[in-house]
Design a protein around this ligand. Sequence first.
Ligand code: PMP
Ligand code: GLN
Length: 390
Amino acid sequence: DVFSGQKTTVFETMSIMAAERPGGCCNLGQGFPDNELEGPEGMKQAATAAMLPPNSNQYPPMMGLPELRQAVAAHSGRHAGLPVDWQRETLVTVGATEALAAAFLALLNAGDEVIFFEPLYDSYVPMARRAGAVPRIVQLHPPSWSIDAAELEAAFSPRTRLLVLNTPHNPTGKVFNQQELELLAALCQHHDCLCLLDEVYEHLVFPGGAPHVSLRSLPGMADRCLRIGSAGKTFSFTAWKVGWLTGPADMVAAVAKAHQFITFTVPSAMQRAVAHGLEHEQSFYSGLGPLLQRKRQLLAGQLQQLGFSVLPADGTYFLVADFGGLLPAGSTEDDVAFCQRLVRDAGVALIPASAFYADKATAPRTLVRFVFCKTDEKLQAAVDALRSYL
Ligand code: PMP
Ligand code: GLN
């Protein structure tokens, strides 16, 4: 079967190693915010109230609760400049993960080619393959994670059905700029391909850096792009697993056909609380960019002092650093071995960057990902543990 060579996802593996380490561990691996950075209290109260009378605890509508779909449509108009019809152009899913899986199942036929940028989020390629598609992978080149236009153009073929774009980008923190988006828009229109836009980190962009622009907002792109959002990222409620998808009515209807047989619907209390958040708690997500930028600077400065080389980023709560300078001359230790050693001996869990490569042979060998949506105290504790170990 397609998943037979597939290991358990690195995020689960690392979090278990961190949780089970005798003496404790600073978990800067899997991307989830500390309790102190969680979304607004008002949303937790809305979730609790949503389970009590007069609200229903029975199946909500398949496409999502009208109040959440209306809030998603308003949010799309307000922040992305993309007004959508809530009844025909929105769908609520069990996190962005389900939106991605349902979109792959709905849009791809056997033999269709899908273009991805690498490094990439680890669910993309296995799910696209399971849908019968063939991945065509284009490298982002460190340290600035630039695109080589010729490499991108060469990835398109008459079989190209879909391009997947994640911006702001996990794990690099890259925010694709206007020039890059224009190149993508031109190629997608020339080759008449669809786009799946993973924009779960849309609000996690740093002041002064590249602003987040949706590829869907470029001329000629609205009819071929589906955008994905997540309450896990926008409100730091990763446990709630509420995601949404907006786009042209025909594409949304196609994805809904897959969604109806994967999960059918999404827990209603969580939907009500996220509707409340999108409508009334905008100050929470507008504050995320400045907060995270400060935390990134705090962590980056100390990592540089320890001998890591920190790569640039304009958003997200991920930081990629090169540890090559910390290795003794002649060492061939790779990122996986380095992370295993750190979790075991230093009590700091990170994610090896090669986990974001479908083919490990093409992955850089000395890059690791840190997560910094943690309290300053926890970030400091991780740096202190690294300093005393390294
Ligand atoms: N896409 C990317 C790029 C992500 O980083 C994540 C979060 N792990 C997801 C999708 C999945 O989001 P969710 O938790 O809403 O399923
Ligand atoms: N998106 C999160 C990350 O990149 C983790 C998601 C997961 O654990 N599946 O760390």
